[in-house]
Design a protein around this ligand. Structure first.
Ligand code: XCC
Ligand code: SF4
Length: 623
């Protein structure tokens, strides 16, 4: 690693853009990270508490200073409470995203959402059946209304168990019931987490962590699963589609529109507007060859999965994309949108638009999307973006885009397998595929950008482990060329043979962060076919570069669902060895899986391989 650019990121576009940003005097996430060093040691260990106004308090990890907060909370309580609140925030974010989709579904049913429609009627019916809705002779819109209503019921407190947990293997559900962690209501579990962590409520670090599992499960098998299913119903269930990735997807001679955030509710309408003939004509009149829509982060993955729309980059690339000077307009909704973006854009002609009633940002213009005005507002904004093309200064797009294939919903994978999971199981049984690993999550300036995702994935596929990925991890491996049609040349012999025969890459893009539940549904299908629990399968999860509270919730519902999960960056828990031990060992006795932490992806790959091989032995697969 010869220079700071190469130290920060493995990507060529990232390195070149960092150089450009420096020249333009743009401050990036890496600069601000450096300025924060050394970060607070108490906070890093989870030992500081701001829960109440007798504090803030901190516990001295060396045993010299105070060992208790003003209220008497010790390190175990403080660490567990802090972790619980991280999970509550992550679960709230995913589940509120799901709620917004349910509201759109409801508005579609009532005829109040022009431009939106029921795209996958089959899925609508199948999910409605899961909810026990009688669909006989009912029009799709009526079913949609009833389904939206029933889903809203899952958010509240009226149930003993969330509806869609029925998709988990029977053994798993029994385990959740016996452990007292069956999620009951999506909002309820988050609300209860906030209650328990109020001063003077739950001061048992074990009971706090158990509820944290339940809270995370309410995200995974509740809010996130609803988000995925309703997105499929409204916008279509993804099928394998070719696409392109990295900053090279921006076009020098077209109007570049970038969507960033998470919820397809906005980005889908922007996509529609970008295809309107009168707006395309207008772009040509302004001297542009066309309108080029590209995505960032998860809303990018949503569009990529369903329509093959190109993705310009993942989380740490979002500032650098603006520094190309090529973006006429960036529209954001919520989550993972750095509040620095407006400042970066002020150095270029880029217009920054915030669109959600619950997310504002400095230096952005607020234009609020609601189901009833989305179509019109999207058209209006694209018109303004086209006007802005004339304001463009110098443009720097230093790389060519990389080809990739995305769109691997569970339905698409099963269909690629010929309609049943059996061929995948046969390949696993025969040892051609040793197991399956989900590589998910964010970027974090604490880890060299994309190094964790790409290195881990390479090591796994070389060793015949099929990788399924989502979110920023999925964009990282796509940029690295691991999702090209001929990427099987990087795979071990068995995986290469199987993927080659099926015509799929060895790394399957399964979607955005809420789509992590697709991985669990796939795991459930495998477990059901083998008549075992998820925790018996040769599968593992990993979040090599995670940063967000959502990722903590995801990791936790993976583990609570029985998936051994390796985190890259250490969560703020090292102030309590009791908590560390429970999460990395003790949970094996509760849910049959636990966490590991390993920032070095080479070593993380060994941990995962060892785990997968041990599960294979336990199942008698290599006897
Ligand atoms: Fe955000 Fe979803 Fe993380 Fe990427 S992976 S940084 S959460 S955009 Ni979900
Ligand atoms: Fe301090 Fe206890 Fe209040 Fe936390 S809850 S800030 S440890 S007094």
């Amino acid at each position: 690693m010869s220079n700071i650019y190469e130290k920060n990121t493995i990507t060529e576009d990232g390195q070149l853009m960092l150089k450009k940003a420096e020249k333009d005097q743009i401050e990036t996430v890496w600069d601000r990270y450096q300025a924060q060093l050394p970060q607070c040691g108490y906070c890093e260990m989870g030992l500081s508490c701001r829960v109440c106004n007798m504090g803030p308090c901190r516990v001295d990890p060396f045993g010299e200073g105070p060992q208790k907060g003003v209220c008497g909370a010790d390190a175990d309580i403080i660490v567990a409470r802090n972790l619980g609140r991280m999970i509550a925030a992550g679960a709230a974010a995913h589940s509120d995203h799901g709620r917004d989709l349910v509201e759109v579904l409801e508005n579609v049913a009532e005829g109040n959402a022009p431009g939106y429609a029921i795209t996958d009627v089959e899925k609508l019916k199948q999910v409605a059946l899961d909810y026990g809705i009688n669909i006989d002779e009912k029009a799709p819109l009526r079913i949609a209304g009833e389904l939206a209503h029933a889903m809203q019921g899952d958010y509240g407190t009226r149930k003993k168990e969330l509806t869609l947990v029925k998709r988990a293997p029977k053994k798993r559900r029994e385990l959740w019931r016996n452990a007292g962690i069956m999620p009951r209501g999506i909002d309820r579990e988050t609300s209860e987490m906030m209650h328990r962590t109020h001063m003077g409520v739950d001061n048992g670090w074990q009971s706090l962590l158990l509820h944290a599992l339940r809270n995370a499960l309410s995200d995974g098998w509740g809010g996130s699963l609803i988000a995925t299913e309703v997105s499929d119903i409204l916008f279509g269930t993804p099928k394998p589609t070719p696409n392109t990735v990295n900053i090279g997807v921006l076009k020098e001679d077209e109007v570049n529109i970038v969507v960033h955030g998470h919820n397809p509710v906005v980005s889908e309408m922007i996509l529609q507007a970008c295809q309107e003939p009168d707006l395309l004509r207008m772009a040509k009149e302004k001297g542009a060859k066309g309108i080029n829509l590209a995505g960032l982060c998860c809303t990018g993955s949503e569009l990529l999965m369903r329509h093959g729309i190109p993705v310009a980059g993942n989380h740490l690339m979002t500032e650098l994309v603006i520094a190309t000077g090529a973006v006429e307009m960036m529209l954001v909704d919520y989550q993972c949108i750095m509040p620095s973006l407006g400042t970066v854009a002020s150095c270029y002609h880029t217009r920054m638009i915030s669109t959600s009633d619950k997310a504002r940002f400095p230096g952005m213009e607020h234009r609020e999307f609601h189901p009833d005005n989305s179509r019109e507002l999207a058209r209006e904004l694209i018109r303004e973006a086209i006007e802005n093309y004339e304001q463009r200064g110098q443009v720097y797009i230093p790389v060519e885009p990389v080809q990739s294939v995305g769109g691997f919903s569970v339905e698409a994978i099963i269909s690629a397998l010929g309609g049943t999971p059996a061929p995948l199981l046969e390949a696993i049984k025969a040892g051609k595929i040793r197991g399956v690993a989900g590589v998910v999550g964010c970027n974090n300036p604490k880890i060299r950008h994309d190094h964790g995702h790409v290195t881990l994935t390479q090591r796994l596929i070389e060793n015949d482990i099929l990788v399924v990925d989502t979110g920023c991890a999925a964009i990282a491996t796509a940029k690295a060329g691991l999702k090209m049609a001929d990427a099987i040349r990087y795979a071990g012999p068995g995986l290469k043979e199987v993927c080659g025969a099926l015509g799929i890459p060895p790394v399957l893009h399964m979607g955005s962060c809420v789509d992590n539940v697709r991985i669990l549904i796939l795991a459930s299908a495998l477990a059901d076919a083998l008549g075992c629990d998820i925790s018996d399968l040769p599968v593992a999860g990993s979040a090599p570069e995670w940063y967000s509270e959502k990722a903590v919730s995801i990791g936790t519902y993976f583990v609570a669902s029985g998936v051994y999960t390796v985190l890259g960056p250490m969560p703020p828990i090292t102030g309590s060895m009791n908590v560390v031990k429970l999460l990395t060992e003790g949970l094996n006795d509760v849910v049959g899986a636990a966490f590991a932490v390993e920032p070095d992806p080479e070593k993380a790959a060994l941990l995962i391989r060892r785990h997968i091989e041990s599960k294979r032995r336990a199942l008698g697969l290599d006897a």
